[in-house]
Structure formats: C-alpha cells, structure tokens
Write a protein that binds this ligand. Sequence first.
Ligand code: CP
Length: 322
Amino acid sequence: MRQHLLGIEYLKKSELENYLSNAEAFVEVSQRELKKVPALRGKTVINLFLEPSTRTRASFEIAAKRLSADTVNMTGSESSVTKGETLIDTARTLQAMAPDVIVVRHKESGVPNLLVNHISRASIINAGDGLHEHPTQALLDCLTLKQHFAAQDRPLEGLKVAIVGDIRHSRVARSNIWAHKLLGNEVRLIAPPTLMPPYAGGAGAFEGGVQIFHSLAEGLEGADVVMVLRMQLERQSEHFVPTIEEYIAEYGINEHILRRYAPGAVVLHPGPINRGVELSSEVADGPRALIGNQVTNGVAVRMAVLFALATGESAISEQESA
Ligand code: CP
C-alpha cells in the first residue's frame, strides 16, 4: 500500500478503483443509527488546516471519528505558525507525538509533497494544496458519478465530462482531470482563455488528453457530466475576466443552457457555490444537481482513505466494518 495520498496524478487506476470500492462499503456506516466502526481504534489523526475549509475539514473529522480514531483539529490561527514557526518544524513537532495520519490543507502548492520529505512515520493526506491537487475531492466526485451511472447500468468510463469555469486556479479540476483520464472518460475544459491553465494545452502534462473549448455551447454539446467550478471572486482584482456580468453571460451555467446543449447531464460543484455567478440556483437546487450527494460521499471517501493509509490494508474486513 502507498503510505501517502498526495494527488491523483500519482495513482494507478487500480488504486483509484480500490479507494472507490472501499468508500462504497463505508457509505452504509453513515446510514446506521450508530455511525461508528472500530477500524481505526487506537490510531491518531491530526487535521492541520492552514487554509479555510468547511466541507473537507468537517468530513475528515467526521470520517476519523466514525472509524473510532482519536482526532486533533488545528487551524492556522490556532497553531504556532502564527508565531513564525516554519511548516517543517510544525510537522516535525506533530510527528513527535506519534500520529498515524496528518491531513494537511495549505494555500501553497506542494506543501504535502514537501512534508513527506521531512516526516518519516505518519502518512500525509493532501486535503487541498494551492493550485496543485485536491485528491479526496476528485475521489468523492467519482464515487458520486459511479453511484449515479450505476443506477442507469452505465459504468464509470466512456463518459463525456465537461469541466467549466475558473480552471486556471482550480486544484479540483487538476485532480479530476487525472482521475477521469485514468478511468477512460472524455475530458473537456471550458473557460475563457484567461482562465484556462497553461498546463491544459501544448506540451503540458495533459497533452492530447483533454479537449479545450472557449465556447460553452460547443464544449457542453452532449456532455454526460457538467462539473462547474467556483469563480474565484477574490482574484478579480487580477482582471482575469472583463466583468463578472460578462463572465456570467458567456459561461454561467443555467437550466436554459443545459436543456439546449446537454439535456441529459448531471451537474457537480465542489462548493462553495457563488449562486448566480458560475451556477444558477435553479440548477444548484434542481434534480440534475448531485451536489448534496458529493458532500455526503465526502465522509465515506475520507473514511476509505484514512483506513487505507492508517492500516496499510487495501480491503476492509467484515469485522472492521461491523
Ligand atoms: N470542496 C471543498 O474543498 O470545500 P471546502 O473548501 O469547504 O473544504
């Protein structure tokens, strides 16, 4: 078993599929009256969130607790990072207390990869680093799609997946591109040229593996899945789009556009949503949105990842899930 989860880029298809099938087993635990299994009794998980988070942070904590692990939750403002302690010293200090897993979120790309060079014993899980990766988000997105298409007797491959919006600044997009390429899905990126990442075209990592569109109509045509990304409004001073109103007119996803170009598509959004900007409330709250399922599946996916890394086991026994 791999010791860390730093990104989907580093996984084989069989590893991704293994996480998904273990997560499916853990979905049922959250539906029980007593939502707890003994699988990680005696293990310690530290959640080190040095960038804001609602969904990821809460679901890692809930996941660890449902597995009976002991959990410690730290944010930037509560840690000695605010007193000038370096990230590596912080990680070494935490390691000295013998945790089994450290879950880290950071605004800078590459922080989890850096930590594995200085941490020998604990497993590191990337809970989102800068513009790099958000691997558990991609896993929960894939689990949500697997469940949805299984109900139609369709496999999680051969799908047309359109990723729309601020792809340039999105670690969710990067992790999902790696995941859907592994799974054998068609990946289309739809964004204005200023919000298309440099890695998408030319000699980038995804050369030939993704299709690039600047027209919403062309990119959405016949899509099975529309993954809408948050418009990172905090970056508007950098002038990536002329105005938000023009962005909404050209790239905003609403029911009218979907009915016309991708009538059968389901919609994902990693959250948090800017309602009325990248996604209309009619779609976000409507029947084609799987956004609530994504959040629910976040707990099961994080249980599967914590279980695999803390135990080194690839499959859950009946005893561990009972
Ligand atoms: N999708 C996601 O990472 O959301 P949070 O920032 O709330 O964790």
